[in-house]
Write a protein that binds this ligand. Structure first.
Ligand code: ATP
Length: 695
């Protein structure tokens, strides 16, 4: 038989099995619908245990079918298959691997879930350690049709004559596919070193490091799916949180988990981790550096001890014919004493009232011929409406937003900062808070304030308009942030210490998967961030395991060569991954002063060359101009982002505009440029006004 006809014959064999699987899933779906109707009736009428048991069984079935239906819906939209692998072993058994475990009516295995221990050889077997696998086959489908297969012969000596072997590399085929709007799962082609990280135990902290394109994000997401499968009871109840650098990134990765049937995972970016306070901008690097460092915590703590600007500075009260007066100095003392108490300020109003009454009594006690008793004074004044009004104005319930906005006044900030910030830092940071909206760095500060201020007590009555009620930054979507059972942090090298505190607060009892690449870091003080990270994990004694990924699956070798050049002074050779795929096409470097025009022309060119997405990456200051120009092209495959936004994303082709501006804009030298240069899978064009770039 010719090679083509062997391939076709083998495709037909697999199609037959795939048809059986889909038919079984359809059958189960029908059964489940019927059972659901019956199950409701059963559950309502349940009288004895047997019926209960039956109802519970039906429920489990139902859950499984819903799971399958959801996966199918996601896959149908992307034309991918439920079954993607097959193992032929020395014991004569054949096993299919897929996104879901499916059994036939007799409980015989039709497909093994990729996360089950039985499927592990599909990812772990090698020619050196074949794990009894003679042939490993990757099955590629479009919807329900098998379109291709690809074999790995691991034990040639055990191969039977009837066993055909076809294909030329499922991995490479998958890597050269056009990139779309969303990241795809990699279940069919997970590599051994990746699989080890995916299947690591849930406990403690799992750190995954690797250069650009080594599959860190993909591995982290598959690990979530794996943990939910293996430890659903532990993970499923309180939930898994995945934290990424930007909303563009969370949207990019949003499809991966649903394609594996997992939609119960919260994906959040650092700018929307706090409910009700989404960031709309990014601070310039020097401002972000100040706001992200731990010294901000000291400043915020001092800020909340200050009296609000409109708080009264004197208390006068008539009592039994005398004027009792607390002067500014007295009030400052009382305020400080209340702040030194145990409770956060928003829960200390009662303490404040008591401390004021105590101070009034001390005043009264110092008057001669003024026979009042302590208990009487406290009771009488404590019940008076004018005293209550004073307390409400003097000890205001504060929202995190109000406090941070208050620091836009440079005098207020300078007072809170003391000697922690220089004068120019105070100017620059105060100025940033006069701008509308919040920056990404502000979200961590608001979250810190949320905890420092404490949750205000619930009001008993609904008041129509209460000018003193705090403007809440928490909409109450999720009250108890500290309840996640597992947290994944992607691009972890970029979290500031304050952001680590924010994330750490959400994982008091969590286990962690932390993913990053130190060479791509955009944070200027890695040591301080490292310390804050350790604290988030519960201290340096928390169990850790580390995995390093060494192969760059994204970039062509030609593109990665150029990217490697720009970080040669800040990265050691062993920090750079190895790019496996060569396209024979070198990046283009275009020297011109007509940057916008050339960028658009190059992008248009590339849109005709590649089938997937094209990204224009540029300095923040150029984004608006280029976006306007790109809109005129009117092609939905074309995007414009700045260097920081490009983190974690990928495109078929990239046009990088004025590389040196990305370096100038960043506080970490060439690292952001390195990120930008490693976003393309196939083509890269760099547009520069410097004739000697990159030398
Ligand atoms: N085993 C694999 N099979 C197929 N594709 C893979 C595999 N591993 C990684 N990829 C692909 O390589 C690309 C890079 O993966 P990913 O974005 O997870 O890398 P990363 O290490 O997070 O990159 P960066 O740090 O540069 O953002 C993605 O398109 C991913 O689908």
């Amino acid at each position: 038989m010719s090679e083509t006809s062997v391939r076709e014959a083998e495709i037909a064999v697999e199609q037959k099995h795939v048809d059986v699987v889909y038919a079984r899933v359809a059958e189960m779906r029908h059964e489940a619908e019927a059972m659901r109707t019956r199950g409701d009736a059963l559950a309502h009428g349940a009288r004895n245990e047997a019926v209960f048991e039956q109802a519970a069984m039906l429920f489990e079935r139902d859950v499984m079918v819903r799971h399958a239906t959801q996966i199918l819906r996601t896959l149908d939209a992307e034309h991918e298959g439920l079954v993607f692998g097959r193992l032929d072993s020395t014991d004569g058994e054949t096993q299919y691997v897929g996104r879901l475990g499916v059994r036939d009516g007799d409980f015989e295995n039709l497909v093994t879930d990729w996360r089950a221990p039985a499927a592990a050889p599909f990812y772990q077997a090698t020619a050196e350690m074949p794990m009894q696998v003679i042939r490993r086959r990757v099955i590629r489908s479009t919807g329900q049709s098998v379109v291709d297969i690809d074999d790995d012969l691991l034990m040639p000596e055990s191969r039977l004559d009837s066993m055909a072997v076809v294909g030329e590399g499922a991995l490479i085929a998958s890597l050269t596919r056009a990139r779309g709007e969303n990241m795809r799962d990699i279940v069919a082609t997970i590599q051994k070193e990746q699989d080890e990280a995916i299947r690591a135990p849930w406990r403690g902290v799992t750190e995954i490091t690797g250069g650009p394109g080594t599959g860190k994000t993909a591995v982290a997401l598959h690990r979530v799916a794996y943990l939910l499968y293996r430890d659903r009871r532990r993970m499923g109840g309180t939930g898994v949180l995945v934290v990424g650098p930007s909303p563009a990134f969370t949207s990019y990765i949003s499809r991966v988990l649903p394609s594996m049937g997992e939609d119960n995972v919260e994906l959040r970016s650092l700018s929307d981790l706090l409910d009700g306070a989404a960031a709309t901008r990014v601070d310039p690097a020097p401002v972000a550096a100040v706001k992200g460092s731990l010294q901000m915590r000291r400043i915020l703590k001092r800020a909340i001890r200050e009296a609000p600007v409109d708080a009264p500075t004197e208390l006068r009260i008539m009592y039994r014919g005398e004027v009792l007066k607390l002067e500014a100095r007295d009030l400052v003392g009382v305020r400080a004493a209340v702040h030194n108490g145990r409770r956060p300020p928003n829960q200390s109003r009662v303490d404040a009232a008591e401390a004021l009454l105590e101070a009034l009594w001390r005043k009264a006690d110092s008057y001669e011929d003024y026979p009042v008793k302590r208990a009487e004074l406290i009771r009488d004044i404590g019940e008076r409406i004018d005293f209550h009004k004073f307390v409400v104005m003097w000890w205001q319930l504060l929202s995190p937003a109000e406090v941070l906005r208050g620091l836009a006044d440079r005098k207020v900030l300078a007072r809170a900062a003391g000697r922690v910030l220089t004068r120019s830092e105070v100017d620059m940071v105060a100025d940033s808070w006069t701008k509308p909206g919040w920056s990404v760095a502000d979200i961590a500060l608001l979250d810190e304030l949320r905890v420092l201020l404490g949750r205000p007590p619930k009001r008993r009555r609904r008041v129509e308009h209460d000018p003193f009620a705090p403007v809440s930054v928490a909409s109450g979507r999720r009250q108890d942030y500290d309840e996640y059972s597992h947290i994944v942090v992607d691009e972890a090298q970029d979290l500031s210490p304050m952001q680590w505190r924010m994330v750490g607060r959400r994982g008091k009892y969590a286990s962690w998967t932390v993913v990053g690449d130190p060479v791509q870091s955009s944070w200027p003080d890695p040591a301080e961030a490292r310390q804050a990270m350790d604290a988030a994990f519960g201290g340096p004694r928390t169990q850790r395991r580390r995995f390093g990924l060494r192969t760059n699956y994204r970039n062509s070798a030609e593109i990665f060569d150029l990217a490697g050049k720009v970080v040669r002074d800040v990265a050691t050779p062993d920090q750079l991954p190895h790019a496996v795929r060569s396209t024979g096409v070198d990046p283009i470097i275009l020297v011109t002063t007509a940057l916008t025009k050339s960028a658009i022309e190059s992008a248009q060119d590339l849109l005709t060359t590649v089938d997937g997405t094209v990204g224009i990456i540029t300095a923040t200051s150029r984004v608006d101009t280029l976006r306007t120009a790109a809109e005129e092209v009117g092609n939905p495959r074309l995007r414009v982002v700045d260097g920081l936004e490009s983190k974690g994303l990928e495109y078929d082709a990239v046009v990088l505009v004025e590389p040196e501006e990305l370096i100038r804009e960043s506080s970490t030298g060439p690292r952001t440029l390195y990120v930008a240069l490693t976003r393309a899978t196939q083509r890269l064009t760099v547009i520069t006004s410097n004739p000697t770039w990159p030398d």
